[in-house]
Design a binder for this molecule. Structure first.
Ligand SMILES: [Cu+2]
Length: 449
């Protein structure tokens, strides 16, 4: 068997601090550039380090909670609701131990969520603090052609240092998105995207108690590097809700009996079958806005295709319920996808020889991969700036997830968004438990070849 050093590194999760260090030095060599000055017509831009500023109250709707994110403040100017987006380079943390230089809006990826009401006239300033041109496309919105934001086709590009104003009236309601339509492949791969939520003018047909929103995305942040690689088409390293991986994604909290809506948009390069445990939810809307109630349908998994949005709604049932993409590789963090399959391979003898070229090597995948999390728990580290493939602790042990996974936490007691209520306490008799440790227990039917 021939294994390259990189294969061994990826397969074993072996630390190689010395060899990865030069990568860090190269990736961080970006600090000296000078950003263009910013004209600032609306008071809403913020520095990356400041706390999210207060959003004015609009009594006509209950605001959404953008998981791990924030909502863009606005101001009224002669009957027009004014927002200000700033396209810029940012430092971002995907989860503990994984950071990168990304691009986003107003200091974050995704950019802040824009919220408004059907019928509103909006004016959105876009300042470009990148070192290349950009535009913003308002994905799914019905608007004049010249406001659609396709660089070269509908408008001149917004060059570095320039500010453009987009202005239109919102003629629909639903879950929408914004993203660049200039060097789109690169700018989205670096994290430029955001949610655009339009609330119905006449209020909700069915009252919503909790309204959550997130964007699905993928990143080629290769192990030991500090910048996403925009050239990758299919083999990504990180799978995120609002640019965070589990366990850094905040739980979605609700109180028993409340009606919960989850809005999911996909600006990644894969389709994601999003699966929620514990309830039969109804799909109530998509890219085209809210569906008539006669078209709502019961599901437990919804494919959110590339460029699509899905709204789901359900009545909260007590427990800790997993919410995740059902593509099993999308609930993992960075891993080697092209390593030889060592499942069932007797590695006795090979192990000692590999250790001579890679001290600390640990064979993995002999009896499945769960041992990977035990290795990282025991202090064996992977490449620098790289989270373990599977992480997370529950009250019963390792959760062995990463990427697109979080928990819907429903409690009988009051709960607050952003405050983790801890683990669910199961009623007696309602928890699976061991009744034997004898492999020959019982006489179940088995089909033997
Ligand atoms: Cu997925």
């Amino acid at each position: 068997m021939s294994l390259s050093r990189r294969d061994i590194l990826l397969a074993s999760g072996t630390v190689a601090l010395a060899s990865a260090a030069p990568l860090r030095a190269a990736a961080q060599d970006h600090s000296g550039h000078v950003m263009p000055a910013t004209p600032s017509p609306a008071p809403t831009a913020r520095s990356p380090t400041s706390a999210a500023p207060a959003v004015p109250r609009d009594a006509r709707y209950a605001p959404v909670r953008t998981l791990n994110g924030w909502t863009l403040p606005w101001r009224m100017n002669d009957g027009v609701k004014e927002f200000h987006l700033v396209a810029e380079e940012i430092e971002h943390e995907f989860g503990p131990g994984s950071r990168a230089t990304c691009w986003g809006y107003n200091g974050s990826t995704p950019g802040p969520t824009i919220e408004a009401v059907e019928g509103d006239r909006v004016r959105i300033f876009v300042t470009n603090r990148l070192r290349e041109h950009t535009t913003v496309h308002w994905h799914g919105l019905i608007l004049p052609n010249g406001m659609d934001g396709v660089g070269g086709l509908n408008q001149p590009h917004i060059r570095p240092g320039e500010t453009f104003a987009y202005e239109f009236t919102l003629r629909q309601h639903g879950t929408h998105m914004y993203h660049p339509h200039a060097d789109e492949m690169t700018q989205m791969a670096f994290g430029m995207m955001g949610l655009f939520i339009i609330h119905p003018r006449g209020g909700e047909a069915v009252r919503i108690d909790r309204d959550y929103a997130f964007l699905l995305h993928n990143w080629a942040l290769h192990p030991g590097t500090w910048r996403p690689d925009p050239a990758v088409m299919v083999d990504f390293d990180l799978w995120t809700f609002n640019s965070k991986v589990f366990p850094a994604i905040e739980p979605l909290v609700a109180r028993t009996g409340e009606r919960v809506r989850i809005r999911m948009g996909n600006l990644s390069m894969w389709n994601h079958p999003m699966h929620l445990h514990g309830v039969e939810y109804v799909e109530t809307g998509s890219d085209g806005g809210r569906w008539p109630q006669s078209q709502w349908r019961r599901e437990v998994t919804s494919i959110v295709g590339v460029g699509q949005m899905r709204d789901i709604e359900f009545t909260a049932v007590p427990g800790d319920w997993a919410l995740h993409c059902h593509m099993a590789h999308h609930t993992m963090n960075a891993m080697g996808h092209e390593v030889p399959n060592q499942n069932g391979v007797d590695q006795t003898g090979v192990e000692a020889r590999i250790r001579k070229i890679s001290p600390g090597f640990l064979p993995m995948m002999r009896n499945g991969m769960a041992e990977h999390q035990e290795h990282t728990d025991a202090g064996h580290q992977g490449p620098v700036n790289t989270m373990p493939m599977m992480v997370g602790k529950g009250q019963f042990g390792n959760i062995e997830m990463g990427g697109m996974f979080t928990v819907v936490k429903v409690r009988d007691e009051p709960v607050s968004p952003g405050v983790d209520p801890g683990w669910y306490r199961h009623p007696s008799g309602a928890l699976a438990s061991r009744i034997s440790d004898d492999p020959n227990f019982g006489s179940p039917p088995r089909r033997m070849a």
